[in-house]
Write a protein that binds this ligand. Structure first.
Ligand code: ADP
Ligand code: MG
Length: 259
């Protein structure tokens, strides 16, 4: 069976793999507010990067900029070899390759779970309904809720809805998954079920960029942690380095407030 959780197994060491995302000298303003300041970041194929930082530091804006949900003014973004320009064709190609999961699940309330997942593959990928629904069912199996297929979003718990949102993003066969605080809106007892799905996805070799305040997940799953503050990357490194030996005073301050 083809792997539903993306990509080929990755046996090559991280540093020898291809770049999936390259950001160079990225600057963005909202009016007078300089919200992203000279951001440089490279993400390798299969790498899991967790973005940490205080509220308002530009984390959401940064990941929204990567798939053209926000415009940027200067700098360069390349996603899997596709340069993010104003060319609509490039924007569409990049959006086809990136799945995004938000804090709010954004499911279509009047559609069944199965329909929520199979809609885009049918319309955008032009898959036959039967194939799209078959894959939707397999994805529901992978996120642990196959029995919910014929229900409506309002009948599911928050944790289940967020798992559907992940399955829906995966149905488009993205090469990259972007998560923006996927567990922040959940009741505490539902956080783990969503993080577990994300962990399995990471282990399958998916390239992931995750904004989260879940420090356990960050420490356990991230290859690298990136710290944003006032629109800048102030520090980055492997989890052990960031958590146990932070260099920057602002990193220490942030961690002391959150841990
Ligand atoms: P974070 O996700 O780290 O909390 P955001 O990227 O949401 O930060 O926001 C960064 C800054 O940009 C904040 O000061 C926020 O108020 C501002 N901002 C975000 N979106 C907009 C917008 N659409 N228009 C104007 N300012 C915005
Ligand atoms: Mg945010």
């Amino acid at each position: 069976m083809e792997s539903l959780f993306a990509v080929e197994r990755l046996s090559t060491p991280l540093e020898e793999r291809d770049d999936m995302i390259t950001v160079k000298g990225l600057n963005k303003w909202f009016g007078d507010l300089h919200v992203l300041k000279n951001v440089d970041l490279t993400v390798k194929q299969g790498e899991v990067v967790v973005i940490l930082g205080p509220s308002g530091s530009g984390k959401s804006t940064f990941i929204r900029t990567l798939n053209a949900l926000e415009e940027f003014q200067t700098g360069e973004i390349v996603v899997d070899g596709i340069s993010l320009t104003n060319d609509l064709k490039n924007i569409e190609e990049i959006r086809m390759e990136t799945g995004m999961v938000f804090q709010s699940f954004n499911l279509f309330p009047h559609m069944t779970i199965l329909k929520n997942i199979s809609l885009a593959p049918i319309w955008v990928r032009k898959w036959k309904k039967q194939r799209a629904e078959q894959i939707a069912l397999e994805l529901l199996e992978r996120v642990g809720i196959p029995e919910q297929a014929h229900k409506f979003p309002g009948q599911l718990s928050g944790g289940q809805q967020q798992r559907v949102a992940i399955a829906r993003a995966l149905a488009m066969r993205p090469k990259i998954m972007l998560f923006d605080e996927p567990t922040s809106a959940l009741d505490p007892e539902m956080v783990k079920e969503v993080l577990d799905v994300m962990k399995t996805l990471a282990e399958s070799g998916m390239t992931m960029l995750v904004v989260t305040h879940e420090m356990g997940f960050a420490r356990q799953v991230a290859d690298r942690i990136v710290l944003f503050d006032y629109g800048e990357i102030i520090e980055e490194g492997p989890p052990e380095q960031i958590f146990d030996h932070p260099q920057h005073d602002r990193t220490k301050l942030f961690l002391s407030q959150i841990l």
